[in-house]
Design a protein around this ligand. Structure first.
Ligand code: NAP
Length: 288
C-alpha cells in the first residue's frame, strides 16, 4: 500500500507513518513547508500515484481560531477542498479528518453520523465547511470525525498533566463538565488504515476510543497510573474563559466504524496505558 499523508508531520500523521511502515507499506509525507494545501493549482502535481490519501492537515489551535479566522478558514475549508479536488483529479481515494466540534454537545448521548451539526466555535465551523466541500468535490472521499486526540509526537492533554506533576503543580484542577472519548492517535491510525483497506462508500464515519469520560476523569486516571495519591480537583469550563466555547458532551457513536472494520477502537483506558508505555515522562515520574 502506498499512502499519501497530507499534514503528515503532525501528531496523528506521525503515528500514521509508523502504522503504514509496520504494515509493510510505503508512505509519502506531504506537509509544510514543501507542500502547502493552500496552493490549490499546484496540488494535483504534488500527488504521486497512491492507493489512499489521508488528510490530517488542519488549523488545530481551537482558541487561536477565534482570532486567526481567515487562516483557519483557508486551511480547514479552502485547503480541505483543494486536497479533495486534487485527489479526485488524480483518482486517489481520500480519508479526510474532521472533528466532534461540529456538534453543540447538547444531545446527551453519543452522536451518530446523521445527527444534525451545530458547531459552537469557529474551528468547528471551518471544519464543517471543509466536510461539505470535500464531499462535493466529486472523488471517492470519506470524512472521518474523531476527537480529543493525544499522541507521543504532539502537544496533548496527557503530557500537559504529566508536566504539571513533574513540576509539582498540585493539586491539579481539571474541567469536569466536558465529556468525550480521549483517543490515542496510534489506535486511531490503525483504524484509519483498516478503514482505507475497506474502500468504504463516500460519507461520514465516526472514529474514537471506546467509552467516555470527562477531562477530570481522564486526569484522575493519569494520576492513578503515575502518581497515585495526588489530588485532582474538578472545575467548571466557565471558570477558564476560553475564547472558543466547547461542547459539553461530544461523544461520537462508532457503530458504523465497527461495521466497516469489524471492531471498535480500544477503550480510552487502554489508549492511556499504551500512551504511557511510550511516553518518556512516565518513567521519570514513576522513578521519583
Ligand atoms: N488534535 C485533536 O484533538 C483533534 C480532535 C479532533 C479532530 N482532529 C483532526 O485530526 C486531524 C489531525 O490532527 P492533529 O492533532 O494530528 O493535527 P496537527 O498535529 O496540528 O497536525 C496538522 C499538520 O498539518 C500541517 N498543516 C497546517 N497547514 C498546512 C498547509 N497549509 N499545508 C500543508 N500542511 C499544513 C501542520 O503543519 P504546522 O504544524 O507547520 O502548521 C501539521 O503538521 C486534523 O484534521 C484535526 O482537525 C484533531
Amino acid at each position: 500500500m502506498h499512502a499519501l499523508l497530507i499534514g503528515g508531520k503532525g501528531m496523528l500523521g506521525n503515528d500514521l507513518l509508523d502504522a503504514v511502515i509496520r504494515r509493510g507499506g510505503v508512505a509519502t509525507v506531504l506537509d509544510l513547508p514543501e507542500v502547502d494545501i493552500l496552493q490549490g493549482r499546484e496540488l494535483p502535481n504534488r500527488l504521486p500515484p497512491a492507493d489512499i490519501a489521508i488528510n490530517c492537515a488542519a488549523f488545530t489551535r481551537v482558541d487561536d481560531a477565534e482570532r486567526e479566522r481567515e487562516l483557519c478558514w483557508n486551511i480547514n475549508a479552502v485547503g480541505a477542498h483543494n486536497v479533495a479536488r486534487a485527489c479526485a483529479q488524480r483518482r486517489i481515494p481520500l480519508l479526510h479528518l474532521s472533528t466532534d466540534y461540529v456538534f453543540d454537545g447538547r444531545k446527551g448521548s453519543p452522536y451518530s453520523e446523521s445527527d444534525p451539526v451545530a458547531p459552537l466555535n469557529y474551528y468547528g465551523q471551518s471544519k464543517r465547511e471543509g466536510e461539505l466541500r470535500v464531499l462535493e468535490a466529486g472523488g471517492p472521499a470519506v470524512i472521518v470525525r474523531t476527537q480529543s486526540l493525544y499522541g507521543v509526537r504532539g502537544r496533548n492533554f496527557v503530557r500537559a498533566i504529566l508536566g504539571q506533576l513533574q513540576q509539582n503543580k498540585t493539586p491539579l484542577r481539571v474541567v469536569s463538565d466536558q465529556i468525550s472519548s480521549p483517543t490515542y492517535t496510534r489506535h486511531l491510525a490503525e483504524a484509519l488504515l483498516d478503514l482505507a483497506a475497506r474502500r468504504p462508500p463516500n460519507g461520514i464515519v465516526h472514529a474514537a476510543a471506546s467509552g467516555a469520560c470527562s477531562w477530570w476523569d481522564f486526569a484522575k486516571a493519569i494520576v492513578l497510573r503515575v502518581r497515585p495519591g495526588v489530588d485532582v480537583e474538578p472545575r467548571a469550563t466557565s471558570e477558564l474563559n476560553y475564547p472558543a466555547p466547547r461542547p459539553p458532551y461530544s461523544v461520537l457513536g462508532t457503530a458504523h466504524l465497527a461495521e466497516l472494520i469489524g471492531r471498535h477502537l480500544p477503550t480510552w483506558e487502554e489508549g492511556l496505558d499504551a500512551y504511557l508505555a511510550e511516553e518518556p515522562l512516565t518513567a521519570e515520574l514513576r522513578r521519583r
